[in-house]
Design a binder for this molecule. Sequence first.
Ligand code: PFF
Length: 444
Amino acid sequence: MSRDGFGSKLGIIAAAAGSAVGLGNIYRFPCELGNNGGGAFLLVYLLIVLCLGVPVMLSEFIIGRRAQKNPIGAFKMLRPRSGWPVIGYMGVLCAFIIMAFYSTVAGWTLEYIVKAIGNQFHGKELSVIEQEFADFHDMGWKNVLWQAVFIFLTGFVVFKGVADGIEKYAKILMPVLVAILVVLGLRAVTLPGAKEGLTFLFKPDFSKITGSVLISALGQAFFSLSMGMGVLITYGSYIQKDDNLTTTALSVTLSDTLIAVLAGVVIFPAAFSFGVQPTAGMGLVFNTLPMIFNQMAGGYFFCIIFFVLLAVAALTSTISLLEVIVAYFVEELRMSRRWATVIASLGCMAIGVFASLSLKSDTGFTIAGLSFFDSLDFISAKVLLPIGALFIVIFVGWVMGKKTFNEEITNGGKLKLSIKSVIFFIIRYLAPLAIAVIFITGFV
Ligand code: PFF
């Protein structure tokens, strides 16, 4: 089957970085860090990214490029008549789950663009901004509407196959996002009381490292790098035979991590300065940021540009999620791209409505004490992604084996890569062990 449509001339670094960089970096990372002991979390997170980021990402690329198929088709082709495709099915399920709650937050970015244009944060106290955020959640229908708009936008791009254009766009816009984060960071660290925030972020208190911090950092690393569910297998299948997989994985991992840390440097000093609790979760970002803009020259414009960029960053991530489902529908279930996109989008919306509505203060829609929204987040980031990543590295390390690995990573011997044995060692032994140990400590 020809693999045109979405990915034919895709700039793979831009596409993979577009998938990786998103709300996970700017919204979810500060939430997790704030709830998991600050600096201790950052340290564990960076260690995990350093040791596992590139090897796991490479494993996905290798599976995808070797098979030239969606995650389910890939496992079916590489190991026919085996249980391996289950990992692919899990990935598609995970894409639905992540889309459902991710699109809720993505929808908020649209609401905040409108608010920013209307200059609605101007001169307001923190308590007012916080109250308005809470009121917004209580207007369930408005959340659902923005969410629907966002899913529609994603579906439109995935269907039209203009992702190529979007990714080019993202290539320009992402550096602008970095630049704005740097400007915001400079403002944040010079606010009164900012030092406490920097201490919270960068000074690890080792006594805070618990099993739950470990699993949260592992989940956040996989979530942020879009690993463990087949997005990168799907993108790997669009990678040209002469692209360098290792440098691609390295650049994506580095840029994603840089943006997350930058977001931390913006959020925590400002949060401490304004009196937002580091455990405030969603409010940490959505309430702290407008406060920073209020304290900046040109804050009105920065605020609009920032939320537009955040929405674009979220869009390049939701595109990758929807693409996993659509690629499966088209290639395995033989649907037309149009119907595949419509059905996948409606499916995400159907679950997503409940995610959005579960955040209303009066719904009481909880599972084991977590809102439905948080349950989806938990099950995907802390359960499905680690399990997916575990089996992906086992597949490359033990099932595909060293010869195939070397072939793929050197493009059939054309590239020299002195550390390939080290990477293979990590994929075969260290990564499975580390993931399994963290997973078990996290839950036991
Ligand atoms: N990596 C994205 C982010 O950090 O916002 C979210 C994401 C996209 C997670 C795709 C998982 C995924 F497969």
